[in-house]
Design a protein around this ligand. Structure first.
Ligand SMILES: NC(=O)c1ccc[n+]([C@@H]2O[C@H](COP(=O)([O-])OP(=O)(O)OC[C@H]3O[C@@H](n4cnc5c(N)ncnc54)[C@H](O)[C@@H]3O)[C@@H](O)[C@H]2O)c1
Length: 315
C-alpha cells in the first residue's frame, strides 16, 4: 500500500496505548511495521493489542497485503529504524525524554526519513532542537484510538521544512487519514484545546451545582454532539443562520454569544470537584461495563464514518 508516497515500511517507536493502535492501523493499510519499546513485556502487549484491534480493522476494510505477519518487534531502537521510510513516535509525554529520543532517532536514520511525533502537547520547535536534521521532524498527532479516528494534526516546528509537512500530509492521506495542517504551534495543538474549552465549562457547571455529570453528558451526546460528529462548529453555526447563514447568525446572535463567553467559568480541580465528578460518572455508568461501552462506541463510530463517506455534501 501507499504506492503514491513510496512508503512501505513504518517504524513505530513506543508501543503503549497510541503506538499499538497506530501499529494495528498501519498493518491494516498493508504496510510493514517494525516496532520497539523498552518496557518489559512490551512485545507481548503489542501483539495482544493489535489482535484486539484487528476485528474492527477487518470491519472497516483491510488494504491489499494487510497482514499481522508484517509486524516485527525489535529490542533496540536502531534495529527497529533500519529500513524504515517513515517513523511514528509514541514515547512518553516528557519533553526531556522526547528530546533525547529524537536526537537518537535522527542520528540513526537517513536524512530523508520523516520522523512524526504523536505528542499531545509538546511543540516540535522544542523536540527537534537536538537533531542534526530538524527539518524532517514534524508533529503527527492522532486522536485516540488512532486505528479508528481519522484526524491527524500535522504541525511543523520552527525548523521543519515545507517539504516534510507536505510529504507527511500526503502519507497520512494515502493511508486514509484526515490530516489538518494548522499553521501555528500552540500548546495542546487545536483539537485538544477545543476539547479543553468544553471540559472547562463542563467542570465549572458541575462545581457550581448547575448541572450533574449525567446532565452534561446528555446535553452533549443527545444535543450538539450529534451535529458536531457530522460537521464542525462553524459549519453548524452557518446552518443555524437559516437563509442568511453565518453573516445573519453573527449579526443576530453574536451579542448573546459574547455575553455567554463573558460568563464562562474557570474551574480549579480541587479534591472536592474531582470527587464530585468521579461520583457522578459512577452513578451515570452504574451496571454498565466499560469494555462493552468501548465496543459499542467503536461500532457506532465505524457506522458514522461509513455514513459520512457516503454523504456527498458533508465537508
Ligand atoms: N493516550 C491518548 O489519548 C493520546 C492521544 C494522542 C496522542 N497521545 C500521545 O502519544 C504518546 C504516547 O502516549 P500513550 O498514551 O500511548 O502512552 P503510554 O504510556 O501508553 O505509552 C508510552 C510508551 O512509551 C514507551 N517508552 C518509554 N521510554 C521509551 C523510549 N525511550 N523509547 C520508546 N518508547 C519508550 C513506554 O514503555 C510505553 O509503552 C504521548 O506523546 C501522548 O501525548 C496520547
Amino acid at each position: 500500500m501507499s504506492t503514491e508516497t513510496g512508503i512501505k515500511r513504518v517504524a513505530v517507536v513506543g508501543t503503549g496505548v497510541i503506538g499499538a493502535s497506530w501499529a494495528a492501523y498501519f498493518l491494516a493499510q498493508g504496510l510493514q511495521v517494525s516496532a520497539t519499546d523498552p518496557a518489559p513485556g512490551a512485545r507481548e502487549r503489542l501483539t495482544e493489542a493489535v489482535l484486539r484491534h484487528w476485528p474492527t480493522l477487518v470491519e472497516s476494510g483491510l488494504e491489499t497485503g494487510a497482514s499481522f505477519d508484517n509486524l516485527s518487534f525489535h529490542d533496540t531502537l536502531e534495529a527497529a529504524l533500519e529500513g524504515a521510510q517513515f517513523v511514528q513516535e509514541n514515547g512518553p509525554e516528557r519533553a526531556d525524554l522526547k528530546l533525547a529520543l529524537f536526537a537518537r532517532m535522527d542520528a540513526a536514520l537517513d536524512q530523508n526519513v520523516v520522523i512524526a511525533s504523536s505528542s499531545s502537547g509538546l511543540l516540535m520547535s522544542d523536540v527537534q532542537a537536538a537533531c542534526r536534521h530538524p527539518e524532517r521532524v514534524v508533529l503527527g498527532h492522532p486522536f485516540n484510538p488512532p486505528h479508528l479516528i481519522p484526524l491527524v494534526e500535522v504541525i511543523g516546528g520552527r525548523r521543519t521544512s515545507a517539504e516534510t509537512i507536505q510529504r507527511t500530509l500526503d502519507f497520512y492521506r494515502a493511508i486514509g487519514k484526515r490530516p489538518i495542517n494548522p499553521k501555528k504551534e500552540v500548546k495542546g495543538h487545536i483539537a485538544n484545546r477545543l476539547q479543553a474549552a468544553l471540559w472547562r465549562e463542563a467542570f465549572h457547571l458541575v462545581a457550581i451545582g448547575a448541572a450533574s455529570v449525567s446532565d452534561i453528558d446528555d446535553a452533549i451526546a443527545y444535543g450538539p454532539g450529534l451535529r458536531w460528529a457530522v460537521m464542525g462548529p462553524f459549519a453548524n453555526l452557518h446552518l443555524s443562520g437559516g437563509e442568511g447563514g453565518m453573516r445573519h447568525l453573527l449579526d443576530h446572535l453574536g451579542g448573546p454569544i459574547e455575553s455567554w463567553w463573558g460568563d464562562l467559568g474557570m474551574p480549579v480541580l480541587t479534591p472536592e470537584l474531582k470527587q464530585k465528578v468521579v461520583d457522578g460518572i459512577d452513578t451515570e455508568l452504574a451496571n454498565r461495563s466499560d469494555t462493552q461501552i468501548t465496543t459499542e462506541r467503536d461500532e457506532l463510530i465505524l457506522a458514522m464514518l461509513r455514513a459520512k463517506a457516503a454523504a456527498a455534501s458533508i465537508p
